[in-house]
Design a protein around this ligand. Structure first.
Ligand SMILES: Cc1ncc(COP(=O)(O)O)c(C=O)c1O
Ligand SMILES: [Zn+2]
Length: 359
């Protein structure tokens, strides 16, 4: 039996309460369930009883070992990012609760996943985005039939989305079901390798960081692993939230720089910040890597030269991994979270007629 649980004050709520945050202390909630030994991952085993899984075949992504790095190819999910795993459970819940429309705010990828899984479930979706989100991402959200509302900044998009009452807010930055879907990544990693020591994790709202940590902590609770791997957060230069809480290692990032390349990591309002900071301590993170555009650009070039078509935010993760592999002389797990195919423009005039209707 699953419940919603506040990780701060411990209060438990019915799984189908419509809240994301604790009614007593305001902290974003998490799911809690009786733990079961995972059978190689897969959201079917994580969906709470009584919910019908809205699925597009997400998950079970490959791992590729190259030198010191174990890449987890999350960009091979149905819409090209790890967010599909979270959206699958978030939209399953919205459907179960009887909503006809959902609201999300996103730098792009979570909006694409929400739009796709809403389309699959027959729900309407509205996605608030920053006005400078990559065109390829916005076009995909629209192609899935969702409405796109642009705001000045990523943070402004978040504020507007939470005050939109015309549908159920499924914002991944607070939705506990979203993190439960992301957790699947650790179960899959565990099914491939039992000797993981260090994972570098890109952090914007922290769903990947907290999802991985939740999965590894549950594996430890089940007695399947002795120790949670060290999780090292990675942030974009100019958008660090963990500065001041953890030692910062700056990679080509000067005080006044602001990353233009890492568009998926430019969030500063982070409702789960407290959980990320506490989680980083529990996961023994020795520091946070804060990565600037030169390092991101070079890492991106290198990943393409290896045949890995990822987006710039994922190259930030690889840039950090290179530093960590040397610094700790260890093999590093690198989740490659988003696809670079969304950034490659295509001649689209004849295609647009079908995807978006006559213009
Ligand atoms: C490609 C990519 N990587 C990493 C992240 C960071 O994820 P989170 O918000 O879970 O911290 C995002 C979020 O938008 C993303 O799109
Ligand atoms: Zn609470």
């Amino acid at each position: 039996m699953h419940v919603l649980r506040c990780p701060r004050c411990g209060i438990e709520l019915d799984l189908l309460a419509k809240q994301h945050t604790c009614p007593r202390c305001g902290e974003p909630l998490l799911l809690k369930a009786e733990l079961r030994v995972p059978e190689g991952g897969g959201l079917e085993s994580l969906v709470p009883d009584g919910l019908k899984l809205v699925t597009l075949g997400e998950g079970r992504t490959p791992t590729v070992e190259l030198g010191n790095y174990l890449f987890k190819l999350e960009f091979l999910n149905p819409t090209g990012s790890f967010k599909d795993r979270g959206a699958s459970l978030s939209i399953s819940r919205a459907l179960k609760l009887g909503f006809r429309m959902v609201i999300e705010d996103s730098s792009g990828n979570a909006g694409i996943s929400t739009a796709a899984y809403s389309a699959r479930a027959g729900l309407k979706a509205r996605v608030y985005v920053p006005k400078d989100a990559p065109q390829g991402k916005l076009r995909l959200i629209r192609a899935f039939g969702a409405e796109v509302v642009t705001s000045e900044t990523r943070d402004e998009a978040h504020k507007r989305a939470v005050s939109d009452t015309s549908g159920f807010y499924v914002g991944h930055v607070v939705d506990p079901f979203f993190i439960e879907g992301i957790k699947d990544i650790s179960l899959e990693l565990y099914s491939v390798r039992r000797d993981l020591e260090v994972v570098v994790v890109p952090v914007a709202s922290g769903t990947l960081f907290l999802g991985l940590l939740k999965g590894f902590e549950e594996l430890r609770e089940l007695g399947l692993i002795d120790e949670v791997p060290t999780l090292i957060p990675v942030e974009a230069c100019g958008y660090s939230k963990l500065r001041g809480y953890l030692r910062s290692v700056y990679l080509e990032c000067a005080e006044s720089d602001k990353s233009l390349l890492a568009d998926a990591l430019r969030l500063t309002i982070v409702p789960r910040l407290r959980q990320i900071v506490e989680g980083a301590l529990r996961a023994k993170a020795p520091y946070v890597a804060v990565v600037g555009d030169r390092a991101i650009g070079e890492a991106l070039k290198e990943l393409y030269s290896l045949g890995l078509p990822v987006e710039p935010s994922s190259a930030a993760t690889y840039a950090a991994a290179k530093y960590v592999a040397k610094d700790l002389s260890t093999r590093v797990v690198v989740p490659l979270t988003g696809s670079g195919l969304k950034y490659v423009p295509v001649p689209s005039e004849p295609l647009d007629r079908y995807l978006f209707g006559a213009q």
